[in-house]
Ligand binder design. Structure first.
Ligand SMILES: Nc1ncnc2c1ncn2[C@@H]1O[C@H](COP(=O)(O)OP(=O)(O)OP(=O)(O)O)[C@@H](O)[C@H]1O
Ligand SMILES: [Mg+2]
Length: 283
């Protein structure tokens, strides 16, 4: 079964300098319990792709399915419901509401979905427990560390038990050690809760947590490889001389030029219109 599938996704932006081909003919399939990392230099098209996969943005052409539902064929109302029920989003800037406690932030998607209060309480407690913040439920974001705030963001993303988790540079504002623990948490949740996740990152260390790594270059997938998390369950992974990433399949013969660039610090929140849309209550 495929939790998330995209076929020939293309997104072209028109600008004064001409058309920008931010995503070109992207095919992708993600299964439940699979963590796919999208990697690429700044401007490669990671955010554009994730916004398309989360149906926060509409493709110029191509289609997206969440489970059996073709999301790209839905009207805005049906799409808002699909996002609410089947998709969880995590953002670089956390996107928490400062005046609400951790628990209230996590509860928000359930309020919007009009989940009954008793069930809300139960799910919020479970989500906070899963991210290791059961003892911090009453604290506001300003009273939590960056890593803890992002764990609240992750709890909020999974509280409605989505099929699919989309995370755009979720560790971009964290120091490297905190980033590694947050990525470990995402990997663990994906694997234990059977969520299909697509996570973008610049960080080479975080790629090691992936089941699969997709390399983007100028809006195209240039290579796809098995990540270390997948080979960890493979007996061959016991070989210390084995490479961290598995066999790399070049799609266009160009090979994969790994271009890592530091994530640009961007304190504006929300960062994009799509981010604002994901955070705002559905109509
Ligand atoms: N709304 C928009 N209008 C015009 N061009 C856009 C728009 N959004 C993105 N682009 C362009 O599309 C390309 C891909 O941008 P995108 O934000 O997806 O890259 P990215 O890989 O997420 O980069 P970063 O690592 O810096 O976040 C860039 O050339 C960008 O300028
Ligand atoms: Mg981006």
């Amino acid at each position: 079964m495929t939790a998330l599938r995209a076929e020939k996704l293309t997104r072209t932006f028109s600008s004064s300098a001409g058309d920008v081909h931010a995503c070109v003919d992207i095919d992708i399939e993600v299964h439940p319990g699979e963590l796919v990392v999208v990697r690429g230099a700044s401007g490669a098209g990671k955010t554009t792709l994730l916004n398309l996969l989360g149906v926060l943005d509409r493709p110029t052409s191509g289609r997206v399915w969440i489970g059996d539902v073709e999301a790209t064929s839905l009207d805005e109302e049906a799409l808002a419901r699909l996002r609410r029920e089947q998709l969880g989003f995590v953002f670089q800037s956390f996107g928490l509401i400062p005046v609400l406690s951790a628990a209230e932030n996590v509860e928000l998607p359930l309020r919007i979905a009009r989940t009954a209060p008793a069930e809300r309480d139960e799910r919020v407690a479970e989500a906070l427990r899963l991210v290791g913040l059961a003892d911090h439920a009453a604290q506001r974001p300003g009273e939590l560390s960056g890593g803890q705030q992002q764990r609240v963001g992750i709890a909020r993303a999974i509280v409605a038990r989505p099929q699919v988790l989309i995370a755009d540079e979720p560790t971009g504002q964290l120091d490297s050690r905190t980033a590694a623990t947050v990525m470990d948490l995402i990997g663990e949740l994906v694997h234990t809760q059977g969520i299909a996740a697509v996570v973008s990152t610049h960080d080479p260390l975080l790629v090691q947590r992936a089941d699969r790594v997709i390399e983007l270059h100028d809006g195209r997938i240039t290579s796809e490889s098995t990540g270390a998390a997948a080979s960890a369950s493979d007996p061959a992974a016991d070989d210390p001389s084995a490479p961290v990433a598995g066999p790399e399949v070049s799609r266009d013969g160009e090979g994969a030029a790994s271009a890592f660039e530091p994530a640009p610090a961007d304190p504006d929140r929300p960062r994009t219109r799509a981010e604002a849309r994901a955070q705002r209550p559905a109509p």
